[in-house]
Design a protein around this ligand. Structure first.
Ligand SMILES: [Zn+2]
Ligand SMILES: [Zn+2]
Ligand SMILES: [Zn+2]
Length: 139
């Protein structure tokens, strides 16, 4: 709760209970969460439209980022501190588990340093991988 309020303040967003709840849910999940999942968990707090708008404003302000899963469904995860309303800098690996279908934001040290043809410059990287996550590999 404390940290959700800080995140909103740092990104210049007004504190609303639904924003705080969405941030709390995303930070307690260790994987990205879809809008239908959020709707289900916040059923008693807000309707679909409110949750949709909440995610949209959080995404615009650099608080959450959207990842498409293998089925093309949007999932949301909290951004790291470097994201702003001008630019997302989510340069981490999106790991798609082929068993449970969850997406994990994984920090990997050192991004690949590609030698691009002259004239091309990278502003943002989107890295993704598919495999088996830690809880599924235990099973
Ligand atoms: Zn971001
Ligand atoms: Zn898994
Ligand atoms: Zn991510």
């Amino acid at each position: 709760m404390e940290s959700a309020i800080r995140v909103l303040r740092d990104h210049g967003l007004r504190k609303t209970s639904i924003r705080i709840k969405v941030i709390d849910l995303l930070s307690s999940a260790n994987h990205a969460v879809s809008q239908p999942d959020l709707e289900q968990q916040l059923e008693s707090e807000a309707d679909r439209v409110t949750i949709y708008r909440t995610l949209k404003s959080l995404e615009e302000k650099g608080v959450v980022h959207k990842i498409l899963d293998m089925a093309g469904l949007s999932k949301y995860a909290l951004c790291k501190d470097e994201c702003t309303d001008h630019q997302h800098k989510d340069e981490h690996l999106h790991f798609h588990c082929q068993v449970c279908g969850n997406i994990f934001c994984l920090n990997i040290p050192g991004l690949p340093d590609y030698n691009l043809p002259a004239g091309y410059s990278i502003k943002q990287m989107h890295l993704s991988a598919e495999g088996v996550c830690v809880s599924c590999s235990k099973g």
